[in-house]
Design a protein around this ligand. Structure first.
Ligand SMILES: [Zn+2]
Length: 336
């Protein structure tokens, strides 16, 4: 009995942190880089305003995840993923197109368990468009930054699959490995210049195209790691402590060695960078489309002249850097 209680507690704590780790899409590094890079892809009429608020937009990129684990907002959890396999045989095609249709076909409890990501993106897009129409600065930057987060999640393949942490294929920990440790290790060499934002004719269609595209990477993402692992010296896969146990980060995720991370990253042939770039593109395109659909409101007089003048020099510098594929150095809280 004495032994049983601590074990139960340990297990509960462990499960809790495993859960948290799994729900952390892209990690702080990824989400912040996605939102920040998207600002430079905007046309000048938007870029100047967005740049005035770029630090907020960068930081806010992770707030949707904070709502889950820092304040345990129950409504937040389902917004970050969709387990498409649970919706039918031809998963993405069989998904209801709107939240209203989804609620007709499935009970709310089913949707809370299996995720509502594509419909929540549509909802945020509508709200952002209204904010642009009303020319409300705080609403625009808050909703735009949040939308960037969910578009980031949508482009993270494991957020579209039942096997979201490799738990069914003996690959537990792959979620945080792929989206956090790998970008932290190799992301600084990625190219953040995704070209100018483009108008999206059909938001609904584009949202499901993104989900389908992202989901299409699942088999490759998992099988490459499975094959690599099969031929890899197990003692060299993880960072071990002096007692020979696998080191875990603050979210209880296993820490892989640099060599193993590099081998996996190389074997993925640019998948992580490709998905990150798709997330930047989607974010910029959705922001731009919301602004166009709102009637291209003038954003330049929303901030004071002094503020815009003060930021002009830095904007030019950062924009030139982005044109070369780089972002101005900023620090994120390291997760690995
Ligand atoms: Zn998320």
């Amino acid at each position: 009995m004495k032994k049983w209680i601590p074990r139960k507690i340990t297990l509960t704590v462990l499960l809790f942190f495993t859960f948290i780790g799994v729900l952390f899409a892209w990690g702080e590094w990824g989400h912040q880089h996605i939102n920040r890079a998207a600002v430079f892809a905007l046309p000048e009429e938007m870029r100047v305003f967005f740049y005035n608020h770029i630090d907020f937009i960068t930081d806010e990129a992770v707030v949707p995840d904070l709502r889950k684990y820092s304040i345990n907002d129950k409504a937040e959890f389902a917004r970050h993923f969709i387990d498409v396999e649970n919706f039918g045989n031809n998963p993405v095609d069989s998904l209801p197109r709107t939240m209203k249709d989804a609620l007709v076909k499935y009970p709310d409890s089913f949707l809370q368990r299996n995720g509502i990501l594509p419909w929540y993106i549509q909802d945020m897009m509508t709200k952002l468009t209204t904010a642009f129409k009303n020319r409300r600065t705080t609403e625009i930057i808050f909703l735009a930054a949040d939308l960037g987060h969910y578009l980031g999640d949508a482009n993270m393949p494991l957020h579209t699959a039942v096997n979201h942490d490799g738990q069914f294929t003996d690959q537990k920990g792959i979620h945080a490995f792929w989206e956090s440790q790998i970008p932290e290790l190799f992301g600084n060499n990625y190219n953040f210049n995704t070209g100018p934002a483009l108008y999206i004719n059909d938001i609904q269609k584009e949202t499901f195209r993104i989900i389908a595209d992202s989901h299409g990477n699942i088999d490759t993402l998992l099988s490459i790691e499975k094959n690599l692992k099969a031929s890899y010296d197990k003692s060299k896969m993880y960072v071990l402590d002096s007692a020979g146990n696998i080191t875990r980060n603050k979210f209880n995720q296993p820490v892989h060695t640099y060599e193993y991370a590099k081998a996996y990253h190389d074997a993925l042939h640019g998948m992580v960078e490709r998905q990150l770039r798709k997330a930047i593109t989607a974010t910029a395109n959705f922001w731009y489309t919301a602004w166009v659909n709102a009637g291209k409101p003038n954003l330049n007089d929303l901030d004071s002249r002094e503020m815009t003048d003060r930021n002009e020099k830095n904007l030019n510098k950062e924009y030139k850097l982005w044109e070369k594929g780089k972002l101005f150095g900023f620090k994120t809280d390291k997760e690995f």
